[in-house]
Write a protein that binds this ligand. Sequence first.
Ligand SMILES: [Zn+2]
Length: 403
Amino acid sequence: MFPETGTGFPGPGTMPFSEKSAGALAAAPAATAVFTAVLTEGPLSRVSLARRLGLSSAAVTKAARPLIDMGYLHELAATERTGPGAGRPASPLAVRADREFFVGVKITADELIGVVCDLCAQVRATARRPLTDPDVEAVLTELGQLVDGLLDGAGDFRARTRRLGLAVSGDVDRDSGLVRYSPFLRWRNVPLRELAGRRTGLGVTVENDVKALTAAEHWFGEGVGAESFALVTVGTGIGCGLVVNGRLVSGSHGVAGEIGHIGVDGTGPDCHCGGRGCVESIAGTEAIVRQARAAVDRAELTIADAVALARGGDERLGAVFARAGTAIGTGIAAVANLVGPARIVVSGEGLAAYDLFEAHIRAGFERQAFGAAADCPLSIRPLPFEEWARGAAAVSIQSLVVS
Ligand SMILES: [Zn+2]
């Protein structure tokens, strides 16, 4: 599964893990810290690593040595001097991006979206497969074929790939790889890590899709270096991943960041969660379609029709998107007021129409944010589905670094 392939690729004798277990790379905390810092913020010299991590230079050198020997880190040419006027030139440490590849797959109710990423989470290949049946067995069959196609196609990724990250919407236990409940797939208590591992022969991680996307932003995106940030996703559901004090918040009861179910209108529509006037009951894709159909009295109207009409200047449809944007902005203000993140990224497939939302999201946010919470910068940008798959791969990369 992970054969010796020649140049620059250590054989089994130097592998610190068994092929099957796909455990984390480094057992020592210092090595984990060094690898994480270089991966997310590198290239970095040993001196700046030591300063940043509160370690001695000798400890950094010791921690980095096995990672260099295994080909995960390498030294760039010396570019930097360690002190004013004196000292040896320092060679920054950098990650060898093509040392290992990772497959990431987002599972939706009607499609699998897959990517191959390198160690720096750069997408190297993509593929999609339609799903006609969300039954677990049927999905696993399609998943196996998608993964085979990605690894055996152009790029020759198979020999350097041991890990697969899966992202699923709903209630997912990352530690056990169990999908407790995924409403769109209608799955309950599916031991997905075990089943997908058996099907593909890869070491599998399973994570909630919004949390996976948040992990990607935290390690490889706009969240790098931020002690706290929030990622809000707009689409079928309205989700939110939160990083506080450098850690992803998962919630003591398994729920956190459910911005979609913050009540923003006490007289608003009933929500599928049993609540009333939730952000999602006003701004989720289904809710927008329902309101759009009522506004123009056309029962067959699709979301694409609604977007086209609103862009064409139909004020009735414009009002539907304005209401949705305001609800999202109000929900985001609640996050800023409660948590005070350094920045908030608003994204998701629903923002393909972000020209219709953006001004209303910002206005709703500014109206409701308390005092200096309104200073929190909002990045509003659309997000293709491949980014969700990249999020799944990012969680897989994290599992290489941190057990
Ligand atoms: Zn709700």
